[in-house]
Design a protein around this ligand. Structure first.
Ligand SMILES: NC(=O)c1ccc[n+]([C@@H]2O[C@H](COP(=O)([O-])OP(=O)(O)OC[C@H]3O[C@@H](n4cnc5c(N)ncnc54)[C@H](OP(=O)(O)O)[C@@H]3O)[C@@H](O)[C@H]2O)c1
Length: 258
């Protein structure tokens, strides 16, 4: 039985999630890597076992399904998890009116229900053991009106703040991460070019480093990158009609050329 701390990371098969996995493995954490693409997870796990000499377990689960969420909740209940990173997520192309209820529900389950249920399962165990940290990857989109994606990310932000409030006098930390644009597979999987100039794009390593630093400092909300921190400070005083107008340009609810 390993004496190393253990972290469970959802969406570990690419982008930010694999960045968290590499960093935590280098810090000596054993890992449980969750996503749907098994080959990608196995490859990462094998690499981290070989280079970092940790235990890395793969859990294939579709978090848009009841069965997928239940399977990961069971893993959390069965073994102590010291750090939970709820990172899995994706955007959708198409307008709200033009997207099926099933697609919207699937996305919302990954972005909110999975985050909520995994957070609560982990928080109960952490609270009982007297230690632990939960990191929920939301998005700066949470302050915008960019379709169901923004609505779900806003829900995760508020849920995380509420849970952090309940746990405020204890040793367990809960942190919502609100990144701006990050260089990952997120936009290519949407079939989108990366919008805007290069300097608005954050590297995975920076987001991982700054969000883990903030989580360990007990911050409830982490906004990586000074430019995005400034944007997050200004956002609450931006008149809502202006926010709605500005959101139209970047909306994931728009198809190319619209
Ligand atoms: N990139 C950005 O600009 C940006 C900005 C703000 C916030 N975020 C957020 O950051 C998080 C990570 O995204 P990323 O940028 O790293 O994108 P990414 O490279 O596309 O990674 C997304 C991860 O989520 C997993 N995932 C998607 N649907 C899933 C499902 N149904 N069940 C289980 N896992 C699922 C994917 O794995 P499988 O496909 O193998 O299942 C993949 O590992 C997301 O929550 C995203 O909303 C991204």
């Amino acid at each position: 039985m390993s004496r190393r701390p253990r972290a469970l990371i959802t969406g570990a098969s690419s982008g930010l999630g694999s960045g968290y996995a590499r960093t935590l493995a280098a810090e000596g954490y054993d890992l449980v890597l969750v996503a749907r693409r098994e080959a990608r997870l196995e490859e990462l796990a094998e690499q981290l076992r070989a280079t970092q000499h940790i235990l890395a377990e793969v859990a294939v689960a579709d978090l848009s399904t009841r069965g997928g969420i239940d399977a990961v909740v069971e893993i959390i209940a069965a073994q102590p998890i010291d750090v939970l990173i709820n990172n899995a997520g994706y955007g959708l192309r198409g307008t709200l009116l033009g997207t099926s209820a099933a697609e919207l529900n699937d996305q919302d389950r990954v972005l909110t229900a999975a985050v909520r249920e995994l957070s609560l399962a982990a928080a109960r165990g952490m609270h009982a053991r007297g230690r632990g940290g939960i990191v929920n990857v939301s998005s700066l989109a949470a302050v915008t009106t960019m379709g169901q994606y923004a609505a779900s990310k806003a829900s995760t932000l508020v849920f995380t703040e509420a849970l952090a409030g309940e746990l405020r006098n204890g040793p367990v930390t809960v942190t919502a991460v609100l990144p701006g644009f990050i260089r990952t597979e997120f936009h290519s999987r949407l079939g989108m070019e990366r919008p805007g100039p290069g300097l608005i794009w954050l590297d995975v390593d920076q987001v991982v480093r700054e969000s883990l630093r903030d989580a360990r400092a007990g911050k409830v909300v982490s906004v990586p990158g000074w430019g995005y921190r400034l944007a997050a400070l200004v956002a609450p005083v931006v008149p809502r009609p202006l926010m709605r107008w500005g959101s139209r340009g970047f909306s994931f609810a728009r198809t190319r050329g619209q």
